[in-house]
Design a protein around this ligand. Structure first.
Ligand SMILES: NC(=O)c1ccc[n+]([C@@H]2O[C@H](COP(=O)([O-])OP(=O)(O)OC[C@H]3O[C@@H](n4cnc5c(N)ncnc54)[C@H](O)[C@@H]3O)[C@@H](O)[C@H]2O)c1
Length: 278
């Protein structure tokens, strides 16, 4: 997709961080944007910011919990009613899920991370893809995974399982659309650390947390703002990929490729999983 002007984007998790960065870029490209987020305060802040740079007929704010299929359905219906079309769907909302080994996680934490990070994307594909196919115009879907979705990790089972599944979901989606000669293209976004509020979504400390989990939580609290690349840099990479129809989008390709190669070489050598971080 080369030309973005007057196109319509739907962005989940649009109220903060990378999602908010995608919104700003879409507006700068002259697009119309539907902002979906569970956090009304985040949406209100975005509304205040955007009022000075675009008009009400170019934006819509919909409080949406992506883990609920009826919310996603409502998002699609409201988008169609206001804008009559969808050109780019950014399935971006996600949560870190519980830290620590899976057997220590609560049932509701396990179910929540799978719903928010994975099932939500399937709900959104069911709600939006038929509409986009019917339009018969060039369209684009960007699913946000993580570099963690292609690597090995410990103490974050819910996150890594769902993010790896998002890569697979995007790969099969891309092939399925291609098989029907669809005009819709797909990318999967696999960032390393980007400076956002993401660590704030990590569940609070529990009495059962091990020392390594406590350290990991602190590492995330300290690292996202300090070590993450600026949001704009990550968003630029996403738009560059959309322009070039590049499927895999990495923010730190050199580091991510080296680790993925390491894991793959290890697997092909017939060895057991390795801890990349030791
Ligand atoms: N920041 C990073 O370093 C990084 C790295 C890899 C992947 N990611 C991915 O980027 C996405 C968002 O991260 P961010 O860094 O922009 O974080 P962020 O915390 O700044 O923004 C996340 C937004 O998603 C919203 N959200 C959370 N649960 C939701 C739900 N159920 N329904 C709708 N909205 C919901 C939050 O309210 C928030 O506004 C996630 O999918 C995450 O896995 C981020």
């Amino acid at each position: 997709m080369q030309n973005f002007k007057d196109k319509v984007a739907v962005i989940t998790g649009a109220g903060s961080g990378i999602g908010a960065g995608l919104v700003r870029r879409c507006i700068a490209e002259g697009m119309k944007v539907v902002l979906a987020d569970i956090n009304q305060q985040n949406l209100d802040q975005m509304a205040e910011e955007l009022t000075s740079i675009t008009t009400n007929d170019c934006m819509m704010f919909i409080k949406t919990d992506v883990s609920k299929k009826q919310d996603i359905q409502r998002l699609a219906e409201k988008t169609k009613k206001k804008f009559s079309q969808v050109d780019i769907l950014f399935n971006h909302a996600g949560i870190p899920g519980p830290l620590g080994p899976i057997w220590k996680a609560d049932y509701d934490e396990i179910e929540q991370v799978i719903k928010v990070n994975l099932l939500s994307m399937m709900y959104a594909l069911k709600a939006f893809v038929p509409m986009m196919i019917e339009q018969n115009t060039p369209g684009y879907i960007v699913n946000t995974s993580s570099a963690a979705g292609l690597k090995l990790g410990f103490d974050m089972a819910g996150y890594t399982i769902t993010k790896r599944s998002v890569v697979t979901l995007s790969e099969t989606l891309s092939l399925d659309l291609e098989a029907t000669k669809s005009k819709i293209k797909v990318s999967v976004f696999c960032p390393e650390m980007v400076a956002t509020n993401f660590a704030k979504l990590i569940p609070k400390e529990k009495a059962t947390d091990s020392e390594s989990v406590k350290k990991l939580r602190q590492y995330f609290y300290d690292s996202f703002p300090a070590k993450g690349i600026p949001v704009k840099e990550a968003v630029d990479q996403v738009f560059e990929a959309i322009r070039n129809e590049k499927f895999y989008i990495f923010t730190h390709s050199k580091e991510s490729y080296a680790q993925i190669k390491n894991i793959t070489d290890n697997l092909l050598a017939g060895n057991n999983p390795i801890d990349l971080y030791k």
